[in-house]
Design a protein around this ligand. Structure first.
Ligand code: AP5
Length: 197
């Protein structure tokens, strides 16, 4: 059976890094809202011009716009069986709407993977990346703002998914390979157990 999962975590926790290993292991569709939005900004599409100020300031893109851009990809991913949503949902409104979409397609999630690490570890990683990433949101002031936005708008999702019994929390401060091993091992167990039921 395929894996259907969400990757949650503050900026710098390693969502993009670990997503690459997860989609490779389970051969599933990877949907990264941040990557999609940055592609539009890079290509200077009409929607990209609209998105740019939100991304540069480290503010969330409004929910209705996020859905307009992602609904089709999510529906297609549901139809393909397995998927990993990375950086989405990010607000309770997004989580509720995603739940409705998956439910209407007859799918339930296997896991919500939450990566966690101390704030100063996250800031240091993103400052290091900012030396050559070219991302306008990798400056110290914007990084700290993104972390506050995460705390206010996204951290409440931990309770939301915790209540549904599908939350898997991982310490994301060890080296990348160590986080990867723990995460893949747990996801293997979850998929195997889902196969048996
Ligand atoms: P998004 O692209 O989702 O960015 P983010 O959440 O800020 O996360 P990052 O990409 O900075 O970090 P990451 O957790 O993926 O870590 P990574 O693996 O890259 O969103 C960007 C913006 O788009 C948002 O601010 C918002 O404006 C908008 N947006 C996106 N989705 C939205 C939504 N659903 N609703 C509204 N707005 C939305 O790693 C970071 C660095 O750390 C790398 O250099 C990596 O090599 C390093 N690293 C990773 N893991 C480790 C480790 N274990 N040890 C040492 N270094 C590590």
């Amino acid at each position: 059976m395929s894996l259907r999962a969400i990757l949650l975590g503050p900026p710098g926790s390693g969502k993009g890094t670990q997503a690459a290993y997860i989609v490779e292991r389970f051969k599933i569709t990877h949907i990264s809202s941040g990557d999609l939005f940055r592609r539009h900004v890079r290509e200077r599409s009409p929607i990209g011009l609209h998105l740019e100020p939100f991304l540069s300031a480290g503010d969330l893109v409004p929910d209705d716009l996020v859905f307009e851009m992602l609904a089709e990809s999510i529906a297609l991913a549901c139809a393909s069986g397995g998927y990993l949503l990375d950086g989405f949902p990010r607000t309770l409104a997004q989580a509720e709407k995603t739940y409705e979409l998956a439910e209407s397609a007859g799918f339930t999630l296997h896991a919500v993977v939450a990566l966690q690490a101390p704030t100063e570890v996250l800031v240091a990683r993103l400052l290091r990346r900012g030396e050559d990433s070219g991302r306008p949101d990798d400056t110290e002031a914007v990084i700290r703002h993104r972390l506050n936005v995460h705390e206010q708008s996204t951290a409440p999702l931990l309770d939301y998914y915790g209540r549904r019994g599908i939350l898997q929390v991982f310490d994301a401060s060890p080296p990348i390979a160590e986080v990867r091993e723990r995460l893949l091992k747990r996801l293997d167990e979850i998929v195997t157990s889902a196969d048996e039921h």
